[in-house]
Ligand binder design. Structure first.
Ligand code: ATP
Ligand code: MG
Length: 425
């Protein structure tokens, strides 16, 4: 690399090879599962007016106050690279008049941007899969979304991760709890961390998920949401938990789980690796893989009609780390012409096989032996040698990397397509 080659931006990644395959497995599995649950696919802009995020998430949240990539465009308008999906989806729901589709189930995935301190599992450009149900006030919507998340993790083969679930109550319960917390923490304000002293005025619920030991000392005796829940909010939570039990989704109650964003009501949840599990080891301290909740107040903060909704998002990079590095998941055959004048014939054969769904490895130069070696290092499972058609040994010869059933089946299919009698085996 020359000194004047530009460097990649801090916190961005060039994902390649086995990690990129794992990334693709996450996205493909999500696509399959969202179809099972009949979520519609949607695409949204990667940037929005800054107010979309500022008004939905709340000015006091970490995301809005510290993490947004905001800039003025050439027309003088303040725009922001999306730090999360939900606010933009809510904006789209309102500006497109999608009320007619309610309850609308949508799924999307793509890049998000947050100005964070980069570390393992935490980047400035990262990617999420996202699922939302908009226009459903029923607890069954929460249950379905959580069942979908649970099934996704199972289908990805991710174990040792558990659903941590809380309720924040309805607006009324949440307000009363908030006042209780302000009162309680206010009495010991001087002993709290500097961050939490600031949170006390702006976002007191966040004190509950502080990692600072000065704050943690007061958490055990802090007021609990359960003491503030209205009958309705309590009934809602019971409907969610009994629905999860019926759907076979394991969960644990997490009374201090509050989530960072202001718009949450009722259900708030995160899937977190179990302590000591391989998943916890793989992710280090950055442990939440999937998080979400119900955001009944969000549409109104964007000037829309009251529209109950619930959703979740999961970091693709973190899921891919749990899936583990992946290789090609389908066997491929290397196409190896014996001499330069057979290059065109080889391309024709590759086209024929690919049209039949056979993955073909090809290279564009070097003798068959060298190509064969490169093909093996690239993971090709069989080699198809192409000779001149007047060759007495036949035009084709196929060899397998091993006698495994996958390799033999691949060779058999290739032979069947090319015509068995033309093989010099
Ligand atoms: P954290 O507590 O890790 O900062 P968060 O509460 O900010 O997470 P959400 O906004 O709920 O995260 O995003 C949902 C998921 O997106 C997270 O559980 C995580 O998997 C992923 N995620 C969030 N921020 C990042 C990031 N900077 N880099 C990679 N993945 C991220
Ligand atoms: Mg964060």
């Amino acid at each position: 690399m020359s000194k004047n080659t530009p460097k990649a931006i801090r916190g961005t990644q060039d994902i390649f090879g086995a990690q990129a395959e794992a990334f693709a497995v996450v996205v493909e599995t999500f696509e399959r599962v969202r179809r099972l649950y009949r979520f519609r696919r949607a695409e949204f802009p990667a940037f929005e007016r800054t107010e979309v995020f500022a008004r939905s998430l709340g000015e006091t949240t970490d995301v809005v106050s510290k993490e947004m990539y905001s800039f003025e465009d050439r027309g003088g308008e303040s725009l922001t690279l999306r730090p999360e999906f939900t606010a933009g989806i809510a904006r789209a729901f309102l500006t497109n008049g999608w009320q007619q589709h309610a309850p609308l189930k949508v799924a999307t995935h793509g890049p998000l941007f947050r100005y964070e301190r980069p570390q393992k599992g935490r980047y400035r450009q990262f990617h999420q899969i996202d699922a939302e149900i908009i226009g459903a006030a029923e607890p069954q919507a929460d249950v379905e979304l959580l069942a979908m998340a649970d099934q996704l993790l199972k289908e990805l083969g991710i174990g040792g991760v558990t659903l941590h679930l809380n309720t924040l109550g309805d607006a009324e319960s949440r307000e009363a709890w908030r006042a209780g917390l302000v009162d309680y923490f206010g009495k010991v304000k001087g002993d709290l961390s500097e961050d939490s002293q600031e949170r006390l005025g702006k976002n007191p619920l966040r004190i509950l998920d502080s990692k600072d030991p000065r704050d943690r000392a007061f958490l055990a005796d802090a007021p609990r949401i359960d003491d503030y829940l209205s009958d309705e909010a309590r009934g809602f939570f019971e409907a969610v938990t009994s629905g999860l039990d019926a759907a076979g989704v394991k969960w644990v109650r997490a009374e201090s789980l509050v989530r960072g964003l202001d718009y949450y009501r009722h259900s708030a949840f995160e899937f977190i690796p179990d302590e000591g599990s391989a998943a916890a080891e793989a992710l280090g301290a950055q442990s939440t893989v999937l998080g979400g909740g119900r955001y009944d107040g969000l549409m109104e903060s964007l000037g829309g009609p009251a529209t109950p909704a619930v959703g979740w998002a999961a970091g693709i990079e973190r899921l891919a780390m749990l899936v583990g590095e992946r290789d090609w998941n389908e066997p491929a055959v290397a196409i190896l012409p014996e001499s330069d004048d057979l290059e065109t014939r080889a391309a024709g054969i590759a086209a024929l096989l690919r049209a039949e769904g056979i993955p073909c490895w090809t290279a564009f130069r070097q003798n068959p032996k060298k190509r064969g070696i490169k093909a093996r290092t690239d993971g090709a499972n069989a080699s198809l040698f192409i000779k001149r058609s007047d060759d007495p040994n036949g035009e084709f010869k196929i060899t397998s990397a091993s006698e495994g059933p996958e390799e033999l089946e691949l060779s058999r299919r290739v032979m069947a397509i090319l015509g068995k009698d033309r093989f010099g085996l």
